[in-house]
Design a protein around this ligand. Structure first.
Ligand SMILES: [Fe+2]
Length: 261
């Protein structure tokens, strides 16, 4: 499920085209671009590669400009940085973040999320992934009735003025799509869909199969990771911060392999 590629100035063009080729494979969903730790201006460097990777979207949010429903900045990059002033925002806390997709409430969300790492010295803080196909197998084995409901029930997600009405798990041929963020399930969700969301949340937290199926990726300074947002769930392990910005990542949404003008 995970492809790791070493990227440097002298092979960047070739690695980006390799990424776009591998992106077409259904079995690869998470791509780690291992960079050079000595690099400064890591975010600018990755942004300079966008013409070779795909098209970014202007979907950034910032906790400093409003409540959960009004945080859009109009920019590309958003900060995921340990900041003790915002203990209730996952983007700034040191807590473990439950598995989710980033586009849960955005119908037009691009095919990927990308993160670029400035600092990650804190112990822990791995980005975690589980393949949607692995999740499907776990549900078939551990909770087949729950799976039937997940495949057939619309569970709306809403935030920042956006709304997406979709099943949490959808099957299209051999591909399994996921759309899920426990904290973004819409307030007007029907009681039945709410019960379903609670059951799925509990399963993700407690299932031994899920625990065994999770793949952690520890980003190091200079690295980037890009993943098929709707074909994996991702989360974060808790970390032990010793100072502000101990874990500092920039993140954006991007259509990999799609080039517009
Ligand atoms: Fe996320």
């Amino acid at each position: 499920m995970i492809s790791e590629l070493a990227i440097r100035d002298d092979n960047a063009k070739q690695v980006c085209s390799q990424l776009c080729e591998q992106w077409k494979r259904d079995d690869l969903k998470v791509f780690v671009l291992r960079g050079e730790s000595k690099r400064t201006q890591v975010r600018d460097w990755h942004e300079s590669l966008f013409p070779l990777i795909g098209t970014p979207a202007h979907l950034a949010e910032d906790v400093r400009i409003g409540d959960r429903d009004q945080q859009r900045t109009g920019g590309i990059w958003m900060e995921v940085r340990y900041d003790s002033r915002f203990p209730d925002a996952y983007r700034h806390s040191a807590n473990a973040q439950p598995l989710h997709t980033d586009g849960s409430y955005i119908p037009s969300f691009p095919n990927a999320s990308l993160m670029t790492c400035i600092a990650n010295t804190a112990e822990g803080g791995e980005t975690t992934f589980i393949d949607s196909l692995v999740l499907l197998q776990i549900l078939r084995r551990e909770a087949p009735e729950l799976l039937d409901e997940l495949l057939s029930t619309i569970v709306p997600h809403a935030r920042s003025g956006d709304r997406r009405d979709e099943q949490i798990i959808r099957q299209a041929g051999d591909r399994i799509w996921v759309n899920w963020n426990y904290y973004c399930v819409a307030k007007d969700t029907t009681p039945a869909a709410r019960v379903l969301a609670e059951s799925f949340h509990r399963l993700l937290q407690n299932s031994p199969g899920v625990k065994a199926g999770i793949r952690p990726v520890k980003l190091l300074p200079g690295d980037a990771v890009v993943w098929k947002d709707a074909e994996v769930l991702h989360g974060r392990n808790a970390f032990v911060p010793t100072r502000e910005s101990d874990r500092f990542i920039w993140k954006c949404a991007i259509d990999v392999g799609i080039f517009r003008g």
